[in-house]
Design a protein around this ligand. Structure first.
Ligand SMILES: [Zn+2]
Length: 74
């Protein structure tokens, strides 16, 4: 069985997701926060200013911004 390391908390888990089941809810919440932000503010702001406006870490922002469903809203 292959274990993945959670991108958020670093714990090991056995699904194909980037984050563990525990962090999934937080991930989804931040993802919808980011989508709302992009809808209202566009994508012209820097990672740093998006980060301070949404409370999402730059590390997670870079990951979210590479997602196809986020790219679509850019
Ligand atoms: Zn986790």
């Amino acid at each position: 069985m292959e274990l993945n390391k959670c991108f958020r908390c670093g714990s090991f888990f056995a699904t194909n997701n980037v984050v563990c089941p525990k962090c999934m809810a937080k991930d989804n919440l931040e993802l919808s926060t980011l989508k709302n932000y992009l809808e209202q503010n566009g994508s012209s702001n820097s990672i740093d200013s998006i980060s301070s406006a949404t409370g999402i870490t730059p590390k997670n922002l870079n990951r979210f911004l590479s997602y196809d469903d986020v790219k679509k809203s850019l």
